[in-house]
Design a protein around this ligand. Structure first.
Ligand code: GLN
Length: 493
């Protein structure tokens, strides 16, 4: 194989076929990706490139294939969000407080990927502790979206918190990437970069070795360039893990087998409460287009009601910080990462945490500590938990009559870096269509539906019943075909 440029930009599926047919080796396709990763440093998508490790893994993969022992992802170079602990490879969660923390163990999700033959190109940038919607809270600086508005040189956000994962996939730096989603961090960046992302049912992917943000909401999933690629990656990432008590038992379906099936006869709900005030007309139009595509494919589309939707964002921004304040208590300068010395134990705690956490993380810790404190617990945390129950009940009622829901993924296309920084609530509003799903533990997928008038991608979201990712892949496959989204970012980096 000589034409290196032909080895990047393939779908994961085509790359796996090329590897299986020995048209190129893992070493060749990995080398090609290492080259484009280096050339794309202006995007700041990686916080750590691991080219030597990648080549070592690629050669081992080629040897496995030669001995007739190829796994489902054999030889495919991918990227890993820096929230996943990787053995012997620095893992930072996008924070200063973890310093040069180098885990002595591997997260279950990444271990599953390596078991299936994938190759790691490096660790991907992200919002600090996955808190954010624009990648601007990262201690390593923001990721720049490979997409730019037509005729503009302005740097845009790739979304967050999995902005590095989404940008790397959109810019063809990796064949796919791991990501995590606590309130939208897989789906919103996918929407802003024209990629496909799925947050599976809570418990599908093990949280073991994933740095914790809000444990009852955190869930891993893939970002990929096609629906089928996302299905292939999710299958490898998923599976029961005795090391995570919330991991679901049971077999993992062959998700890719659901892509390409006809969605004919499926009932799709359109939640009327998602028609939020001030929804940009282009988002509204894309949503209507999605409905039309599904009707053309033989689906029945009906309006449904999720009456507690308006409480979802406030409930999320109580529950997620509450859990975060507890999870982040472990960063005390004693066990791992940064330590700033002081004259007393308390001073070491204070100085370390003051220097190690960024502003957004501190804000969440303060809010979380407040809503859990005696006297406020009932008014905030307990109330939010009750709202969470109501939101889950809303979905249960809706799913009595429909197989899936269709909504926009995000309320806008990619916005400028720095544009939403002044007001945290403006940033939180990015999650308006995504957090409900995390509160209810349901699977949801975002796929590109089209471009806005500035030439920027817009995503559509499908929400499914618990454990019914298969139906989402079927519907998403049909929408992908109808949307025929082929646009790519113009290369400026
Ligand atoms: N943007 C949301 C937040 O900041 C969601 C983040 C996530 O899903 N990790 O909490």
């Amino acid at each position: 194989m000589s034409d290196v440029s032909a080895l990047t930009g393939l779908t994961l599926k085509d790359a796996l076929a090329g590897l299986a047919e020995r048209r190129f080796s893992s070493e060749e396709i990995t080398r090609a990706h290492i080259g484009v990763v280096e050339a794309a440093r202006p995007l700041n998508a990686f916080v750590l490139e691991t080219p030597d490790l990648a080549l070592e893994m690629a050669r081992a993969s080629d040897a496995r294939r030669a001995s007739g022992d190829a796994g489902p992802l054999e030889g495919a170079p991918i990227g890993v969000k820096d929230l996943f602990c990787t053995k012997g490879v620095r893992s930072t969660a996008g924070s200063r407080i973890l310093g040069n923390f180098t885990p002595p163990y591997e997260s279950t999700v990444t271990a599953n990927l390596w078991r299936d033959g994938a190759v790691m190109l490096g660790k991907l940038n992200m919002d600090e502790f996955a808190m954010g919607s624009s990648n601007e809270t990262s201690a390593f600086g923001p990721v720049v979206n490979p997409w730019r508005a037509e005729g503009s040189n302005r740097d845009l956000t790739p979304g967050g918190s999995s902005g590095g994962s989404a940008a790397a996939v959109a810019a063809d730096l990796v064949l796919g990437a791991t990501a995590t989603d606590t309130g939208g961090s897989i789906r919103q960046p996918a929407s802003l970069t024209g990629t496909v992302g799925i947050k599976p049912t809570y418990g599908r992917c093990s949280r073991w070795g994933v740095v914790a943000f809000a444990s009852s909401l955190d869930q891993a999933g893939p970002i990929a360039r096609t629906v089928e690629d996302a299905a292939i990656l999710l299958r490898s990432m998923s599976g029961h893990d005795p090391k995570d008590s919330t991991s679901l038992p049971g077999d993992v379906p062959d998700f890719a087998a659901f892509v390409g099936r006809s969605p004919k006869g499926l009932r799709i709900g359109v939640p009327k409460e998602y028609r939020a005030n001030g929804m940009p007309p282009e988002i509204e139009a894309l949503w209507a287009q999605g409905v039309a595509w599904l009707k053309d494919a033989g689906c029945e589309v009906v309006e449904v009601s999720l009456p507690h939707t308006k409480y979802a964002l406030p409930a999320y921004y109580i529950i997620a910080p509450a859990e975060a304040s507890s999870n982040l208590a472990r960063y005390d300068g004693m066990r791992y990462g940064l330590r700033v010395d002081g004259s007393s134990l308390n001073e070491v705690y204070e100085e370390t945490r003051a220097a190690g956490f960024g502003d957004e993380v501190k804000r969440r810790i303060l809010i979380g500590t407040y809503v859990l404190s005696a006297g406020y617990y009932d008014a905030y945390y307990l109330k939010a938990q009750k709202v969470r129950r109501r939101i889950a009940d809303d979905f249960d009622a809706a799913f009595a009559g429909v197989d899936a829901l269709l909504t926009p993924t995000a309320p806008s296309a990619a916005f400028g870096l720095g544009e939403n920084n002044a007001d945290p609530v403006a940033m939180y509003l990015n999650d308006i269509f995504t957090v409900t799903v995390n509160l209810a533990g349901l699977p949801a997928l975002s796929l590109p539906g089209g471009l806005d008038s500035q030439g920027l991608p817009l995503g559509l979201q499908l929400i499914g019943r618990a454990l019914d990712e298969g139906t989402l892949f079927t519907i998403a496959g049909a929408l992908e075909k109808a949307a025929d989204f082929r646009a790519k970012p113009r290369r400026w980096w």
